[in-house]
Design a binder for this molecule. Structure first.
Ligand SMILES: Cc1cc2nc3c(=O)[nH]c(=O)nc-3n(C[C@H](O)[C@H](O)[C@H](O)COP(=O)(O)OP(=O)(O)OC[C@H]3O[C@@H](n4cnc5c(N)ncnc54)[C@H](O)[C@@H]3O)c2cc1C
Length: 394
């Protein structure tokens, strides 16, 4: 994929949304993306334009999907995040979780039936693992799948599921009541017993429509069970790729904020000189640039390990955790550089600052990803507290 082409198309999509280059006064005008972000609404009109980017389906080969290298797919996602993180999350959930699960764990019929329209974004997908009582501890999930004649009955709840309020197709992970293992199912929009209620008042990624899903005896025909999901471990193939992709969202956000801060410091004057003329401000800008370069190299290395077939889960988790924590430092510096204007969403730096928080938390929090890497390098799992140590000797 030629990067310049992606950026060109993105800039044409967002020509009304881009941070204006020439006048601080213009920076205060509400842009389209800010209006949707503040109203917490999804900009449906940009979906066909995203389809034109040909990044939906990312690394999947055939079935109308672009078949990109993971490096190209990740950079495409970062370029979207550079402009708007909610839009990149919409693509992440649709493409890297929903479509990839169908591609890696679905039958040939599933792939032929669902992937082409998902690739063209004429149908939208979501991916439901998390539950109200099982977030970090997702493998203990309680939604059940019970075998009945001709299919399965799903019962339970899911929480935080991106795109779920309007998705045409929902990939639901549930516990098979016979085997006690996790299985995957494709549930269609409007299936009787299925409801998704929008989660309100998020502080970040406000355009993403995250839902609380209720599955009240939802019937799924046998043909819509994903044959490749037979235990929680089977989802790790999908999570390995999606964690690589998620790592590039904070990179894109940091690049966008660096660009904005650089322009702002060159234009705004205090004490008779541009803010960029002050050494302390230059130090912050340089620290941000150094972080962006280091994050990009870690993300790049991760992609290359994946392409060689040697990437481990611990490496993907380390990259996701480290990059998102470096991005927090970078965006915090950026927010500071804009002074008071760094506290209002109008200048988009504060918006990016808020958007990073859910990214820091989803696809495994910083802590959980750290523990995944910790287990890999020590051989000791520390997810559960040592309850056996009843009394402290200290
Ligand atoms: C905006 C957004 C979008 C999302 N989209 C989706 C989606 O599309 N599909 C989906 O399935 N899920 C989605 N999620 C869910 C997300 O993956 C979970 O929020 C995440 O895994 C954390 O779970 P939790 O919120 O229940 O936090 P908890 O698990 O309750 O954790 C709370 C805190 O405790 C810490 N903690 C937990 N366990 C341990 C431990 N063993 N050791 C040390 N610290 C620990 C955590 O790191 C965290 O800081 C989304 C979440 C958000 C916020």
């Amino acid at each position: 994929m030629r990067l310049t082409k992606v950026r060109r198309v993105l800039i044409s999509i967002y020509r009304h949304w881009m941070f204006p280059l020439h006048s601080l006064k213009q920076l205060q005008r509400p842009s389209f993306r800010l209006v949707y972000w503040e109203k917490a609404e999804f900009p449906f009109h940009v979906v066909p334009k995203f389809a034109a980017l040909r990044i939906s389906g990312g690394t999947i080969k055939g079935y109308g999907c672009p078949g990109l290298s993971i490096t190209a797919a990740a950079i495409g996602l970062a370029e979207v995040a550079r402009v708007d993180a909610s839009c990149s999350t919409f693509i992440l959930v649709h493409s890297c979780l929903t479509m990839l699960t169908i591609a890696l764990c679905g039958s040939e019929v599933h792939k032929q039936k669902y992937l082409p329209s998902l690739a063209q974004l004429t149908s939208i997908g979501c991916w439901a693992l998390t539950e109200p009582d099982y977030g970090s501890d997702a493998s203990a999930l309680r939604t059940t799948a019970t075998k009945v004649e001709g299919g399965w009955i799903l019962e339970g709840q899911k929480r935080w599921i991106g795109n779920s309020t309007f998705a045409d197709l929902l990939v639901i992970l549930a516990r098979n009541t016979t085997t006690n293992q996790i299985n995957g199912y494709i549930v269609k929009k409007n299936a009787p017993g299925l409801t998704s209620t929008k989660i309100e008042n998020k502080i970040g990624l406000r355009m993403v429509q995250n839902g609380d899903i209720l599955l009240n005896k939802v019937f799924v025909p046998d043909e819509d069970r994903l044959p490749g999901v037979n235990s929680f471990k089977d989802t790790s193939k999908v999570l390995a790729v999606s964690r690589v992709m998620v790592s590039w969202q904070p990179i894109g956000l940091s690049m966008g904020v660096y660009d904005m801060c650089h322009r702002y410091l060159m234009e705004r004057k205090q004490f008779g000189a541009p803010l960029a003329a002050f050494q302390l401000n230059q130090q912050k800008l340089v620290q941000m640039l150094g972080n962006v370069q280091a994050m990009t190299l870690v993300g790049w290395r991760l992609c290359k390990l994946y392409e060689k077939g040697t990437m481990t889960l611990g490496q993907a988790s380390l990259a996701k955790a480290w990059i998102s924590s470096k991005a927090r430092e970078t965006l915090s510096l950026g927010r500071e550089l804009l002074g008071g204007n760094g506290t209002v969403a109008d200048f988009l730096v504060a918006k990016a600052f808020c958007d990073l928080e859910p990214i820091y938390t989803y696809e495994g929090t910083y802590d959980i990803n750290t523990l995944v890497t910790g287990r890999e390098i020590t051989g000791i799992a520390s997810f559960k507290p040592a309850l056996s140590a009843q009394r402290s000797r200290l």
